[in-house]
Design a protein around this ligand. Structure first.
Ligand SMILES: NC(=O)c1ccc[n+]([C@@H]2O[C@H](COP(=O)([O-])OP(=O)(O)OC[C@H]3O[C@@H](n4cnc5c(N)ncnc54)[C@H](O)[C@@H]3O)[C@@H](O)[C@H]2O)c1
Length: 369
């Protein structure tokens, strides 16, 4: 029987996890204003308050063994503590370390001793024992093998997987085939922020294109002070992020091969605030020039929670309806930077809205998708 909850596991209890857990607590207070910014009240019959955290994995000695409600505020996380979170009765388990903490992160995070022995099978066991529906992967960028390990563990537990990182998972042929063969939802790659640099950039490009204006040159420079930016300032760890950001720009209809778009610097005092400088130069009527510069400043981690609050309910709805492959891939472009199939902003919004509306209609017995 369909459970009334969306039972969520999280791998990587960093700043993004912190904001997602805080968001669910915030919503559960029942105040109408606490839903500000949430795009879909109901997806497949699931409200944001139906999201329940049931398991968690990390490798840091500051987080493994703690209740999730405490681990989200442990060092070196820098997401703002917007609310207190009561005990969640979810112990953070040690995960398989693999390449999770290479590069600059190794100077800030010490692996917990138990991670050396943790295996993919251990993760699958926990997912099964806790009846997890969806595993959300929030590992650091560059942790290619570690991210794949969690995807395999999720497939072996017959659940949905969401890859928030830019490492190739939904676009990896072997992993994609594994989820298709098991008829499971695979969602990713590289979550967008709810109102972030990629969304602003691609929306502006779409606006100019809709006026017939040619985009000649553009850049998108990003600075921040959280662990994600610290990790990304290591050139050996940020290649997948650069590629992912360009994938969004290609999907918006420009040749991004020479565009500078990516993480450009770690500025410690900014903490979880991210600053984006964006410039677009184009050619308009009579060959006239047009240019614009925009500065966007956001709290980085809550901005990501605004996307994943929809993604986990889509993953659960797809799991309930045994949807996988293209049906699910078609919903990803609005929520992710590097989906299997890219779309413009308006095409992506239309695809996700159509899916959500059709699920609501079929629940009310008026339409089937
Ligand atoms: N708005 C955003 O913040 C945003 C937007 C798009 C994508 N992302 C991506 O989301 C991911 C998470 O970002 P974050 O800011 O939370 O990062 P973070 O560095 O704060 O957290 C990463 C967590 O993963 C843990 N970890 C490392 N290896 C592990 C392993 N093998 N198993 C389990 N846990 C492991 C670390 O200890 C840490 O707690 C990154 O890949 C980032 O690029 C973030």
């Amino acid at each position: 029987m369909k459970s009334k909850e969306v039972r969520v596991g999280i791998a990587g209890i960093g700043s993004c996890s912190s904001s997602l857990v805080q968001l669910i607590e915030y919503i559960k207070t029942g105040e109408e204003s606490h839903n500000t910014g949430i795009m879909f009240d109901s997806i497949g019959g699931y409200k944001p308050k139906d999201v329940k955290f049931v398991c968690a994995f990390d490798v840091s000695d500051t987080k493994v063994g703690l209740d999730l409600s405490n681990a989200i505020f442990a060092e070196p996380n820098s997401a703002t503590n917007h609310i207190e979170v009561s005990n969640l009765d979810v112990n953070v388990s040690p995960g398989p370390l693999a390449d999770g903490l290479t590069g600059f992160l190794s100077t800030k995070v010490t692996p917990h001793n138990d991670c050396e022995y943790a295996t993919i099978e251990d993760v699958t066991d926990v997912l099964k024992k806790t009846n997890t529906d969806v595993l959300v992967c929030y590992l650091p960028t560059g942790a290619k093998q570690a991210v794949k390990n969690y995807a395999i563990a999720a497939a072996n537990a017959n659940i949905a997987f969401i890859n928030c990182t830019p490492e190739l998972v939904s676009r990896d042929e072997k992993i994609n085939t594994l989820f298709r063969e098991k008829r499971l939802p695979l969602i990713g790659d590289d979550m967008r922020s709810h109102m972030g640099a990629t969304t602003l950039h691609t929306a502006l490009i779409e606006l100019l294109h809709s006026r017939g204006i040619i985009v000649d040159n553009t850049y998108q420079l990003n600075f921040g002070g959280n662990m994600d930016f610290y990790n990304l300032s290591d050139s050996s760890r940020n290649k997948s992020k650069q590629i992912s950001k360009k994938n969004s720009l290609y999907a918006a209809g420009i040749d991004a091969s020479t565009v500078a778009a990516g993480p450009n610097g770690y500025v410690e005092y900014l903490q979880d605030n991210k600053v984006c400088y964006l410039r677009i130069e184009g050619t308009s009527i009579l060959g006239s020039n047009i240019s614009m510069e925009t500065r966007l400043e956001v709290e980085d981690s809550p901005n990501s929670a605004g996307v994943i609050i929809s993604a986990v309910r889509i993953a659960k709805t797809a799991l309930d309806n045994q949807e996988f492959g293209e049906v699910v891939e078609n919903i990803c472009p609005f929520l992710f930077k590097s989906p299997v199939q890219g779309m413009t902003e308006s095409e992506g919004l239309s695809a996700i809205t159509k899916y959500v509306e059709s699920k609501e209609e079929s629940l009310n017995g008026t339409h089937s998708y």
